[in-house]
Design a protein around this ligand. Structure first.
Ligand code: NAG
Ligand code: NAG
Ligand code: NAG
Ligand code: NAG
Ligand code: NAG
Ligand code: NAG
Ligand code: NAG
Ligand code: NAG
Ligand code: NAG
Ligand code: NAG
Length: 216
């Protein structure tokens, strides 16, 4: 009884001490997992609780999905899809003759598509300054709304679902919307000039000058 207890304590101790290694991959790429110190014995690869490789043979279900090198134990998972996200574990006999587990967590994400930006002045008023612009930037079903004044953008509303981290900011009087996940990022920008008739916009002055020329 005491032996059994201390055994489970050791197992729990081992699994709790080593956090899973995180791996982020873009869809359709691949991930290779290696056995770090050679000398591990009787290793087996599992996906969740499912054996991928057993007695150095790839299970039929995984034949089109993985490459396995029986010499060094390396496992490569190919043509990654969201459905391949999850926990991959290596079960092995370590140098102390104990069965141990090493876990790897894989997250497969799509390439972030180009954000779609829509902006309009909040109030179209020649004499009002500063000019505020509402911006709605959407990426793959997620969106963020911000109000941008002449020096910053403030989030006013956002969608609940968030596969993509969306940020809207100003860079040299250009509104930039950037979307990223853990594997890729993409941005679009739109100039604030011409959207507002503020002090920094020379357009009204030009109109007056031109009128002068025509009259003169
Ligand atoms: C996945 O990658 C392979 C080559 O690595 C390519 O031939 C194929 O077109 C890609 N598929 C998609 C859906 O991107
Ligand atoms: C194991 O062998 C494969 C193919 O021969 C190779 O790509 C991989 O890098 C090797 N793994 C290690 C840890 O050397
Ligand atoms: C890839 O993942 C998507 C989303 O999870 C799923 O609908 C699709 O069936 C998967 N494709 C394959 C080939 O497994
Ligand atoms: C435009 O802004 C000025 C100053 O903020 C304000 O006095 C005026 O009423 C506004 N005009 C309109 C049409 O909103
Ligand atoms: C933004 O507008 C305010 C109010 O008109 C003005 O005081 C400030 O200088 C402006 N800032 C920039 C960076 O243009
Ligand atoms: C425009 O933005 C400024 C600064 O954020 C704010 O004080 C002002 O009330 C806003 N004006 C309108 C019409 O939303
Ligand atoms: C922002 O744009 C998205 C996509 O076009 C739309 O679904 C969403 O309702 C918009 N949000 C607001 C507050 O208008
Ligand atoms: C979200 O995007 C902002 C700006 O690009 C960045 O600073 C932040 O680290 C991102 N957060 C995550 C979780 O990727
Ligand atoms: C990156 O992945 C973690 C999960 O490991 C998730 O919580 C986080 O939101 C992701 N960040 C982005 C920007 O997608
Ligand atoms: C937008 O993306 C491009 C690459 O596509 C990058 O060179 C540029 O620095 C990005 N702009 C900002 C403001 O992040």
């Amino acid at each position: 009884m005491f032996l059994l207890l201390s055994f489970t304590w050791i197992i729990a101790g081992i699994t709790a001490e080593i956090p899973p290694a995180m791996h982020y991959r873009v869809k359709n790429s691949s991930l290779c997992l290696h056995i770090k110190p050679p000398g591990y014995q009787e290793y087996e690869w599992l996906f969740e609780k499912d054996l991928i490789v057993h007695s150095k043979n790839i299970k039929t279900k995984y034949k089109d999905k993985v490459y396995y090198n029986p010499k060094n134990g390396s496992l490569c998972i190919t043509k990654l899809n969201e459905t391949d996200s999850g926990t991959y574990s290596l079960s092995f006999i370590n140098s102390d003759d104990e069965r141990a587990i090493e876990t790897h967590k894989l997250i497969v994400e799509e390439t972030v598509s180009r954000p779609f930006i829509r902006s309009s002045p909040l109030h179209f008023n020649l004499s009002a300054d500063p000019c505020n612009i509402t911006v709605n930037c959407s990426v793959q079903g997620d969106w963020v709304c911000s109000v941008c004044d002449n020096n910053s953008c403030t989030i006013s509303q956002r969608s609940l679902f968030s596969k993509v981290n969306i940020t809207i900011f100003l860079h040299n009087r250009v509104i930039v919307c950037s979307g990223n996940n853990n594997v890729t990022k993409s941005n679009v920008s739109e100039s604030m000039e011409g959207m507002c008739f503020g002090k920094s916009n020379p357009e009204p002055e030009n109109v007056i000058k031109n009128r002068h020329l025509l009259l003169g």
